[in-house]
Design a protein around this ligand. Structure first.
Ligand SMILES: *Cc1c(COP(=O)(O)O)cnc(C)c1O
Length: 219
């Protein structure tokens, strides 16, 4: 199947309110152009340098919405704020504070997700739930940080049942935060190639798909 066919097939499976972000790390700009021609406008990258190069190569497509999904290194935070419309990976206090400070100087800072670990996973970044709840008063003061909701990545090796429960608990956590605070938790970024249908069932509003559109990555 071609990229176009895969995108059309996915579109038929998902409700129209779900934002499909095509994850294009290690994907060629040619394949990205094909996805664009098939109607995709949201692209996600996890490395700044690779993304900046592709943004340059695709600057004739001005209506692309760029999503940063990788771990944010403090020294790259400013550039990432300047070059992306969404950041999915605000994963601790220090980076949230820094982004808020830097965003104050920008006319149009990106919208952000707080990346949370609803299950323990030593290989991933993200807030632990108690940590996140404790940080709410601080996050409420970050008026330049346009928090829209939670993002999560689940550990590998879960059953469908466990995946669904984990995604549902992410949605419930967002609801709890919304009730306890002034933070907006309207958006939920969850679901990748292997679990996006379960994520949508649990309330995802944004899904992040790589391999199922573009095929397996090399590494
Ligand atoms: C790579 C990546 C994805 C896409 O994963 P696939 O399994 O290729 O769909 C989604 N989210 C994040 C944060 C990623 O790093």
């Amino acid at each position: 199947m071609t990229v176009t066919q895969r995108i059309n097939q996915i579109r038929q499976q998902i409700p129209s309110y779900v934002r499909l972000v095509a994850i294009t790390k290690q994907v060629s700009v040619e394949a990205m152009r094909e996805a664009y021609a098939a109607g995709v406008r949201d692209f996600g990258e996890n490395r700044l340098q690779e993304a900046l190069l592709k943004q340059k190569q695709l600057q004739d497509l001005p209506d692309i919405c760029w999503h940063f999904i990788g771990h944010l290194q403090a020294n790259k935070a400013k550039k990432i704020l300047e070059h992306f419309h969404w950041i999915h990976s605000v994963d601790d206090r220090a980076i949230a504070q820094r982004l808020n400070r830097l965003a104050a100087e920008l006319p149009n800072p990106p919208q952000v997700f707080l990346q949370v670990k609803v299950l323990p996973d030593p290989n991933k970044y993200g807030w632990q739930i108690p940590e996140l709840l404790a940080a709410i008063p601080e996050l409420e003061q970050y008026h330049h940080l346009k928090i829209q909701g939670l993002m999560t990545i689940l550990p590998l090796g879960l059953s469908d049942e466990q995946i669904l429960v984990a995604f549902e608990s992410t949605r419930e956590l967002a609801q709890t935060i919304e009730q306890k605070s002034k933070l907006s938790m309207e958006q939920l970024s969850m679901g990748m190639s292997d679990d996006y249908l379960l994520a949508i069932e649990a309330g995802a509003t944004t899904i992040r798909l790589g391999r199922i559109i573009f095929g397996e990555r090399i590494s």
